[in-house]
Design a binder for this molecule. Structure first.
Ligand SMILES: [Mn+2]
Length: 416
């Protein structure tokens, strides 16, 4: 039902005579005949709820048709059941369904010369991917190029505002990931390896029928200064920090949480100094989030606090050096995709927060070896990331269960 409502809502935002054509992914090869676990394309999933690969939905005010893989006994014995053409209309609340290989035969009956066609397909092996050998490639462009409009901007506006049910899923995803971060704090000790900590997340997510929303970053010591470190292979050293950026997916909705804590449970003074700056910046950035505020305000607020803090510690001399230590943005939209859709700018101005948006807030400081900086700070990489829902009255931190105060972390890690 929810998907039907979304299709209607989307059509109401499009031109009269709109026909939407939206496709999902194909399976992705890992090597030889082995595929990665399948994950549906988010736009397609959002509008249809259908979770099989190789499908196309076509809908307008008058008709909803689904093109999908036909039943195939041999393939189903080997690779799993398919919904099939006969059952699809009832299951997906469609008017009709066809074999996906019949798309170019049937599409002409679903559009006419007054149709305004809005089109979206994933770029990674989806129906329109130019790098794939899929027979549908290129063809859609060559036939309809002159009348194709991009669907993505319109659906992005819808996906940017989460409804109650979406927020529920995101809260669950945040709770599960927060809990896994707490368990990692308990598990951490010198002598273990980063992959032991990673395995804890794998296990905690899988046991709740969830999975990672993105490859986790488990970065001890100076590895934390590599922003997308995913090797997760090094030994945990006494006296080092560990930065963990890990989140999970519940019914397609992501959480994205980062915590940084001492491997042995006790911060050094130098680590505390840097951590306090990041935490102050993060708290202030979160506090700036409310309806009507600029979506760039958290980044401005966090950048200012980090700049002041690093100058005070004589780690940098001028605000112009900030990007050496803080080289990423303070947040991104979160939803079905971990870097969720929705432009930051509207008419060249930063968009304002609206109730129902979910953003991450994730300032950090990364100090690589540099002879101009006191060596006690070398190799310290700290990021603190929460998932924040914009509410009518301000905001709600979905990931608040993951503790982040120095005292709270040290106390928690010292308990048996
Ligand atoms: Mn993030």
């Amino acid at each position: 039902m929810i998907h039907q409502k979304r299709r209607q809502e989307l059509l109401s935002r499009l031109s009269k005579g709109a026909v939407v054509i939206v496709s999902t992914n194909s399976e992705q090869k890992r090597n030889s005949d082995v595929c990665y676990p399948f994950r549906p394309d988010s736009n397609f999933w959002y509008l249809t709820g259908f979770e099989e690969p190789d499908a196309i939905a076509v809908f307008s005010e008058k008709n909803y048709s689904v093109f999908l893989r036909p039943k195939d006994e041999t393939k189903e014995i080997w690779n799993g059941l398919r919904l099939g053409v006969d059952l699809a209309p009832k299951k997906l609340l469609a008017d009709q369904a066809f074999d996906i290989d019949k798309f170019f035969e049937k599409i002409h009956s679903l559009i006419n010369n007054k149709s305004v066609i809005y089109f979206d397909a994933p770029g990674n092996g989806g129906w329109k991917d130019n790098s794939s050998t899929n027979i549908h490639n290129h063809k859609i462009n060559s036939i309809y190029e002159s009348v194709l409009h991009p669907l993505n901007p319109h659906i992005s506006e819808m996906r940017l505002i989460k409804d109650k049910n979406e927020v529920k899923n995101m809260q669950k995803a945040a709770n599960l990931a927060a809990d896994a971060h707490l368990k990692a704090m308990k598990l951490s000790q010198p002598g273990l390896f980063e992959y032991h900590i990673t395995a804890g997340f794998d296990s905690n997510f899988r046991k709740r029928n969830s999975e990672h929303a993105y490859p986790p970053i488990v970065a001890s010591g100076e590895n934390a200064c590599i922003l997308h470190y995913t090797e997760n292979s090094k030994e945990l050293k006494d006296g080092d920090l560990i930065l963990i950026d890990a989140g999970c997916e519940i019914n397609g909705y992501a959480s994205d949480i980062t915590r940084t804590f001492p491997i042995n449970g006790k911060f050094t003074d130098a680590q505390k100094e840097i951590y306090e700056i990041v935490l102050d910046a993060q708290r202030a950035a979160i506090a700036s989030i409310k309806p009507g505020a600029s979506s760039n305000l958290p980044h401005e607020v966090a950048s200012e606090i980090i700049t002041k803090g690093l100058i005070k510690l004589e780690i940098m001399k001028t605000p112009n050096d900030l990007s050496k230590f803080y080289m990423h943005n303070t947040g991104h939209w979160l939803g079905l995709d971990v870097h969720d859709v929705g432009s930051k700018l509207v008419e060249n101005k930063f968009r304002e927060f609206i109730s129902g948006m979910v953003t991450t807030v994730e300032p950090g400081i990364y100090i690589r070896k540099d002879d101009r900086i006191d060596s006690k700070y070398w190799g310290i990489g700290i990021r603190i990331e929460d998932d924040v829902l914009v509410t009518e009255s301000g905001n709600h931190v979905l990931s608040e269960k993951a503790i982040k105060d120095i005292d709270a972390i040290e106390h928690f890690m010292s308990e048996a």
